[in-house]
Design a protein around this ligand. Sequence first.
Ligand code: NOJ
Ligand code: CA
Length: 692
Amino acid sequence: MKLLQITVAVLFTTIMVNANAASNYTLFSPHQIIQLTVSQENDGAIVYVIDRKDKPVILPSGFSFKLNKPDVLLNQFNIIKIDSSVVNESWQPVWGEVKTIKNNYKQLAFTLIDKNNSGITIKLVFRVFDDGVAFRYEFPQQKNLNYFIVGDELTQFKLTGDHTTFWIPGDFDSNEFRYNTTKLSEVDALKAENDETAIGVTSPFSANGVQTPLMMKTASGLYINIHEAALVNYSAMQLLIDKKNLTLTSQLVPDAVGNKAYLHAPAVTPWRTIIVSDKATDILASKIILNLNEPSKIKNTSFVTPQKFIGVWWEMFNGKSAWDSVSGKHGATTANVKKYIDFAAKHHFNGVLVEGWNRGWEDWFGNWKENVFDFITPYGDYDINELTAYAKAKNVRIIAHHETSGSVTNYERQMDTAYRFMINHHQNTVKTGYVGKIIPRGEHHDGQWMVNHYIHVAEKTASYKIMLDAHEPVRPTGLYRTYPNWMACEAGRGTEFNGFSRGNLPEHETIMPFTRWMGGPMDYTPGIFHMKLTQFNPNKQEMVHTTLAKQLALYVVIFSPIQMAADMPQNYEAHLDAFKFIEDVAVNWDDTKILEAEPGDYVTIARKAKNTNNWFVGGITDENSRLSTVNCSFLDDNKKYEATIYRDDANAHYDTNPEAYKIEKKIIDSTTILTLQEAPGGGYAISIKMLK
Ligand code: NOJ
Ligand code: CA
């Protein structure tokens, strides 16, 4: 990513502070929308307060660190120095929702020394943006001991009321839950909508623990989102709710022996982010999390190419085939993969994901073996050399699948060999997977050890010019700015759940943008056209809980530079007129407008395709039908456009009539206001082309 311009020089001031003076330090955001106040209590504790305009957002909240090594509680300090600065710059992402991102904040950094004589110095750094506040802790090089074991980081967020909250349980290994919507005081993670996780393991979690991004709505009309940015060399943050005091306290995911993080100074924690606005649309448009991440560490990013792909995948979920070759239903056969390659080539898709191509699937799940897969040995009925040549001739690339089955040490030993094998077979994208317990030590998916592993994979794949799509990792925190080859993560409950469980509720995709998708792209695998899973097995009662038109809308509502068309070619061939939208839709954008949004109810987004004058619009609703309004003022003035609208038919319904859609064409311009009826569980997709 390029740094475009520094429009305002960074201003630095340093205040040397008298150790005994208790004072308030106030900082306004660049346009005076957000106010941060930091103060010190008589005992030396530091507290912060956040207001937006005249509304309180965070009441006085403190922090403390409990170190296990050295055995010290850091909660009372002397302030030895305060630095302030302003940044106003713009930069261009390698790929993204918009062409140029503005990064404008004021910073206040407190240098603190432990009042209780351990000699430990930390820095507390705040950044105040117009749409929120972020802060992190820094452990600068110390005079004596530079090695710390963190037992707890207790950062508080004291809320102003019993907000409506969109949450999933604070599991240490999985984010693959249905969302719950309750008052904060009513959160009970043990009674959550937590039926099944595909990851094959859940960790015992507390009734009061929830994951971030945590989305809340206040009675005073504010939308508040709490998450973290740049999770590197640290454990993921969850939040524990004190229901009496309506206070959230950070809880770090522990390692196998209960420690939370191992730090060698100089070290920094991730940023704790509080995004706030009176408009839900602003939450989705916020760039705070990306701005807090480091610029790209990958110098030459020309190999990073946003793409759409299909795959030998959904047929394993709907019962047509299997990953293994002993069941007699092996999906990854030479002949079957050729059919997918043909379809991809015909419809201009770059990639074909093939799962179940390598040996080991007879024995992979639930056995906790260390050496199940090797990532270079295909099954006998998968002729990799023939398929490599076949794909290459058709300008298609096979996407590698590396299911580690949680055996991370095994994967780390084999990564170089596996990536060289990929390069030798003309492959440049890998989908990784971490189903099951982390072998061998029983680390958690979201702990520091695994956090470092996922980043190691991003760096290693980049060194081989390979793009990465990680399934079952920790949820993202904007690191795709730093590693632009890390295209997407799963780390949430995707479409696959409709294939083996009660599935995802119709409201699911109206909550995901405000929660899981705040941190970065998800490989959600939309595009299912045949909603009932009885297609190959009359006893398979599962179904997808959206209309077909909503499946199309998801290609715009979900931002990801890598998007799967997840259904099988034969189901697309039955609806080639609707499939045209998936064929046309972009995956990389110059502009994005969040037109309408309300967590749990509806989302409407317009995006301008990279380097074109064409726009795509996606609108989705929950289980309620809804009239959506698209004001086309985002289009260029005095230009005409042809809009192709893919919408729910009059009697469409996610449960009873999901595949009823209609397609209309209209000439529109920037004065047009479209009103579109969305069916229960439905939506619409619009492709808008500028006319010459
Ligand atoms: C879970 C992943 O999310 C899914 O996409 C994959 O097919 C299976 N694991 C098997 O690796
Ligand atoms: Ca709803």
